[in-house]
Structures are given as C-alpha cells and as structure tokens.
Design a protein around this ligand. Structure first.
Ligand code: G3I
Length: 409
C-alpha cells in the first residue's frame, strides 16, 4: 500500500520529536513510530507491515530502473498470477545488488521448460546447487571424490555467466556414514575436514572467473535454535575449532571466494543470531578468515519477520565487518493456496527483499528454487507448500511482483 505524502509542517510544530522527512530506505511509519512519516523527494512511504513503513525509491513515481509491467491475471487454476515482464537479475543489479539467484538441482535440469527459465541470466545471476556439492554427493567414501553432479551445476553457471554459490563443505546433514559414525581422533577429523574442504573448494577455483566473485557456504547450520552448538561429529570431536579448520582450508583452496557461515533462524534478533554474532566476533578477533553470514530465510506466510527486525539484524552482522546474503529464501503457506494467502505472500516477499535493499552489506538474494514444482517444502512440511515465486506450472505468482517491489520498483 502506498501512502500519499503530505505536508507535516503544522504537525512538526506540535510534535518536536518528529523530524522533517525520512531518507530513502528509512522508516516512515508503523505502530509506535514517532519519527517522520513523509519521505524525501523521489521516494514514498510504503507500508511493509503494521509495525514498519519504509521510504522506497520511486515507489509513487516512474522508476529509473527498467521493469516490465505488472498486471495481475488469473491462471486456469483460478489463482492470481503476475503478468510482469521484469527480469529479477536486471532489477537486482539496477538496485545495486550483486545478484538475484536461485537454488537448482541436477534432477531438474532435464526439464526443458524449467531450464528455459533457469538459463535466462537476466532473470537469475547466481545459482546454488541444492544437493550435489554436499558431502554425501562429493566424498561418499573417504578419499573417493565424485564431482559429476557438482560439475554439472558449476558448468551451468559458467556457461550462463552466473555466479556460483558453493553449498556446502561442513554440515551435520547429508553426511556419509563413514563421517557421521565418528570414532576419529582430533587429528584424524581435522585432516578429514581439511581434505574435504580444500578438494571441494579448490575444484571450482577460478571456474567462474568472468564473474566478480563467488561464494561458499563453508560451514552450514552449526547452531541449535537456542544458540547452543549443535551436537554432531564435528563439534563433539573438535569443539568449536571445526569452524576455523574448515574456513582456513577453504580460504587456502580458493583465496578469491567469499567464505560464509550459513544458518536459519538467525534472520532476526534472538539467541541464535546472537550466537552467530559472537562466533563472527571470535573468529575476527582470532584472525580466522570469514567474509559473510548467510541468512537462509525459510519463512512462513504471515509470520515473516518485520522489515525493521530484518534490517536491525543484518546491520548487527555487517557492523562486525562481514557481508550478509539471503541464501535460501522461500515463504511457505498451508495448502491450498488462496488469493488472500498469495497476496500476503507477495507482501512478505517485499518485506524481505526491501530489508536486503535497505542494507548495503546485503549483497544478494537467492530463492530456494524459483518454482513450486521443485520446492523442498511439501516433502518436509506436510500440508504446506507454494513457497516459491513461480507456481508449479511456471506461472509467476503475485510474490514475483513482491520481489520487484522490494527492489524499489
Ligand atoms: O537422491 C535421493 C534419491 O536417490 C532417492 O530416491 C530419494 C528418496 O527420498 O531421495 C533422494 O535424496 C533426497 C535429496 O534431497 C535429493 O533429492 C533426500 O531424500 C532429501 O532429504 C533431500 O532433501 C534436501 C534437503 O536439503 C536435505 O536436508 C533438499 O532437496 C534440499 O533442498 C535441502 O536444502 C537445505 C539446505 O541444504 C540447507 N538449508 C535448508 C535447506 C532446506 O531443507
């Protein structure tokens, strides 16, 4: 909803705490907000949720950023769809971000209707392999590396001129039993991590060299939701040192890659985010290499964190000297989807994208696959789904428009 700007000169006399106008990306309204409620020229106040309205550039005026028309129509399913011709990578780049990207998986690449959209590098400027770089896929037996699936995705990125996000080196899940069964000395597991991370990261060194940078989720999901360390073979054998062992190996294997720790439920302030911030501080103070923190952002329609809390949290990370990225965005709903749920989902996508847009250290956004056809959600959360910006028939949903709006269009 776009609020029409109005003169608040008279009100300012009565309420001295109210400043003149909010800057672009600044807050301009919301429950409890006592600051300015109008925006500087060239931007306008857009409600993100009841608690947060934000000055978005050009929201009420013609935009300088090219984006296609956004018309809502109705699919044969009866669901509203987007008629937008915007290209998300183009929109994200014009908004100053490095990329808009998506996860993809090898089994999806034989679907030519899927790849026709995936391969458009004006729509997606970055891809993350959803499964094929994980430990069970790349080193199923000790010292026996298998890269066929991983290479396919890396080559796709290269062919299409897309950034590659490596995912991941060290994670408790999708581990082959020779690792998860444990029984290692600290020296043995240190060597196992070093070999795995350096071989995996080193394999793709320079393979996407026409791109400005690429990233690796070196450590994935190290914390429990209460901010304590997750009990797994790595932590139980090596304590917290597994993190720096993995980061150091990755840095040495490809000094040009941005190396990240990636997790979920660290997107807004709370115990788990605090734990991640403390880890970053500790790594920084020990001169352990760390470039970024990945905010997964697996959200629920109507329960997505507010833009204010997303921004506050991202700023807390970037203040520590790391970049952040939205690495696995999807926003699921209880099925069946309805027009109302799809409308709320559109709002929620705008909230997340506009939060990234508001923080210069938020470098890009990746959706955890772009189509409901290949979303991980229904098989994990019974009765839930429709989490992606395109539906299962590759029709753009209102959420697509929500993304475009979030980038300021
Ligand atoms: O490859 C086998 C296939 O041979 C077998 O027939 C089939 C039967 O279930 O399973 C296939 O493996 C599945 C694999 O995806 C590949 O499709 C696994 O069962 C399934 O558990 C696995 O799910 C992946 C999940 O991670 C595992 O935790 C999802 O595709 C993947 O999208 C998801 O991604 C994670 C990120 O890595 C980390 N953050 C959360 C995110 C969502 O869970």
């Amino acid at each position: 909803m776009v609020k029409v700007s109005a003169s608040f000169a008279a009100l300012a006399v009565l309420l001295p705490v109210v400043s003149a106008q909010s800057q672009v990306w600044g807050q301009c309204g919301g429950i409890g907000w006592t600051g300015a409620t109008t925006c500087v020229a060239g931007s306008s106040c857009v409600e993100q949720n009841s608690y947060y309205s934000q000055c978005l550039p050009g929201a009420a005026a013609p935009s300088s950023v090219p984006a296609g028309p956004s018309q809502t129509s109705t699919a044969s399913s009866g669901s509203p769809t987007s008629g937008s011709t915007a290209k998300l990578q183009t929109v994200a780049k014009s908004a100053g971000k490095l990329y808009f990207g998506t996860a993809t998986d090898n089994s999806e690449l034989s679907d030519t209707a899927y790849t026709a959209i995936l391969d458009d590098n004006t729509m997606f400027g970055q891809i993350t392999p959803a499964n094929s770089m994980k430990w069970d896929a790349t080193e199923p037996s000790q010292g026996q590396f298998t890269f066929s699936g991983a290479d396919q995705i890396a080559n796709l990125a290269k062919t299409n001129g897309m950034l590659l996000r490596g995912h991941n080196c060290v994670w408790y899940n999708q581990l082959p039993s020779w690792v998860s069964n444990g029984g290692f000395t600290t020296a043995q597991l240190t060597s196992i991590i070093q070999t795995h991370c350096s071989t995996l990261v080193g394999r793709y060194k320079g393979q996407v060299c026409t791109c400005p940078s690429h990233s690796w989720d070196v450590v994935n999901e190290p914390f429990n939701d209460d901010g304590t360390w997750r009990s797994d073979v790595f932590y139980n054998t090596l304590g917290t040192s597994f993190v720096e062992i993995a980061l150091n190996a990755a840095r040495q294997a490809d000094p040009t890659a941005k190396i990240y720790i990636n997790d979920y439920n660290i997107e807004s302030p709370g115990a788990k985010s605090t734990a991640m911030q403390n880890l970053v501080k500790s790594l920084k103070s020990s001169n352990v290499p760390i470039d970024g923190v990945g905010l997964q952002c697996h959200f629920i329609v109507g329960e997505t964190p507010s833009s204010a809390s997303l921004i506050q949290n991202m700023n807390a990370f970037t203040a520590l000297g790391v970049e952040v990225a939205i690495t696995e965005l999807d926003i699921r709903m209880t099925l069946p989807s309805t027009a109302a749920l799809l409308a709320q989902q559109k709002t929620d996508y705008t909230t997340v994208i506009s939060a990234c847009q508001a923080v210069s250290g938020c470098v890009g956004v990746t959706v955890w696959d772009w189509t409901d056809k290949y979303s991980w959600v229904p098989s994990t959360f019974s009765g839930q789904g429709a989490a992606c910006p395109w539906d299962q028939n590759f029709q753009k949903k209102p959420a697509f428009d929500g993304i475009v709006t979030g980038f300021g269009n």
